[in-house]
Design a protein around this ligand. Structure first.
Ligand SMILES: [Zn+2]
Length: 418
């Protein structure tokens, strides 16, 4: 069976130029004695917006790996696919994120029998958790409520899983079930029963992406109660360990955090929980590399700076169109966005600092960063003009991409003791 290693980290590359630069970040952490498997992910939505095909991600990943002589596992993730979209990803991908969020909350006729089975004659379930955590307790009505919310979604995941299994063969791919794009976070108790449903459905899930408490806005830090997240995450890790054993799911079953990129303030809690339970984790990012490209192009001055300003200006002229598809995952205060006229005479350093995610820099503007994060359609429209500049400034842009993934993400998640 193809197994995802204990630690893995998802990277996205909207324009397909930074595969090698991204891989260098994984080489650096490997050189520091920590193995983190790179996973290149691109959602169907991104492919549609940019006009790329799933095979391009496989081509890019393979080329980067070949060029670097990378010897340990790596994956290509069909990110957020469903029955309608999965077909195009079959050959390119060996990691499938089955997105069944749209099926959450649709009551299922089998909910009651599921609850009866789980609750048994006593009519309740008590789950002892490791690590000094309080046990989970649920009565039959709690279990039935969970099944009413999630059983239909898990059955849909089963249909997608079997479609892929038929095409690729069992054991030849990694399966993730994702329910993160819903309105309400799932509690550790709900997660426990979701995993029971996944096991009953016969899905050998290796990663599970619940919705966590708090806001996961695009490209900026976590918004919410960090201590509360830490507690929830620790419980979820413990639940995954116990559920894998109890229900016979793959041993290394781990949580997948769909981070929306750059959730720096919850990285220490994730790292500590993994250490405490000797558990693995998958953290998915995507747009952080695209924003790094723009920040780095701005930083080189001259035509790079001019193009970054042009992209920002063009995006500002179509702000509603840029932000519509992402309304649920951005919080942009439009009053705090600099106008294109204001940035016209800004220096390379100032514009770069506006976009780059350095919270200590007074020029850093999380509103502008979220906005540029969702504005990649403008660069896609520029086509060759954008790509040619990326090629021309491949060195400074690539170095910035590597540093971003390594220093801001891999080190605090997997290495730092701070
Ligand atoms: Zn997601």
């Amino acid at each position: 069976m193809l197994i995802i290693p204990k630690f893995s980290f998802g990277v996205g590359d909207r324009f397909g130029r930074q595969g090698s630069a991204q891989l260098r970040a994984f080489e650096k952490i490997h050189a520091a004695g920590i193995d983190v498997a790179p996973v290149w992910n691109k959602s169907n939505r991104e492919h549609v917006f940019i006009g790329t095909k799933p095979d391009s991600v496989r081509t890019e990943a393979d080329a980067a790996v070949r060029a670097a002589g990378w010897k340990t596992p790596y994956f290509v993730d069909a990110d957020h696919i469903g029955l309608k979209t999965v077909e195009d990803y079959i050959t390119a991908s060996d990691f499938f994120t089955l997105d069944v969020a749209d099926f959450v909350g649709k009551p299922d006729a089998d909910a009651k029998t599921f609850a009866d089975r789980q609750a048994g004659p006593s009519g309740k379930v008590r789950v002892d958790l490791p690590g000094g955590l309080p046990p989970l307790e649920a009565g039959k009505s709690d279990i039935e409520a969970a099944a009413d919310k999630f059983l239909g979604a898990v059955k849909e995941a089963g249909r997608i899983y079997r479609f892929i299994e038929k095409a690729k063969g069992a054991g030849n791919f990694v399966t993730e079930v994702s329910m993160d794009e819903t309105d309400v976070a799932q509690s550790p108790t709900e997660l426990y029963f979701i995993l029971a449903m996944i096991a009953e459905e016969g899905i050998p899930a290796q990663t599970i992406a619940p919705k966590f408490t708090g806001r996961f806005n695009k490209g900026v830090d976590y918004v919410g109660d960090v201590a509360g997240f830490d507690r929830e995450f620790e419980s979820d890790v413990a639940v995954a360990i116990v559920a894998a054993k109890t229900f016979g799911l793959p041993t290394g079953l781990k949580l997948s955090v769909h981070s929306g990129s750059d959730k720096f303030s919850i990285y220490p809690g994730i790292r500590k929980a993994c250490r405490k339970f000797d558990a693995g984790v998958h953290v998915k990012t995507a747009g952080t590399t695209w924003v790094e490209e723009i920040a780095a192009l701005a930083s080189v001055g001259g035509e790079g700076l001019a193009l970054a300003k042009e992209i920002y200006g063009e995006a500002s002229a179509h702000i509603d169109e840029m932000t519509a598809a992402y309304a649920a995952v951005i919080d942009i205060d439009r009053g705090k966005l600099p106008t294109p006229a204001e940035i016209a005479d800004w220096s390379a350093e100032r514009l770069c600092a506006t976009f780059r995610h350095d919270p200590r820099n007074p020029e850093y503007n999380p509103n502008a960063r979220q906005f540029i994060h969702v504005a990649f359609k403008v660069a896609a429209k520029l086509g060759r003009r954008y790509l040619d500049l990326l090629d021309k400034f491949a060195k400074p842009v690539g170095e910035a991409v590597t540093e971003n993934i390594y220093q801001r993400h891999l080190v605090p998640l997997f290495k730092s003791d701070a």
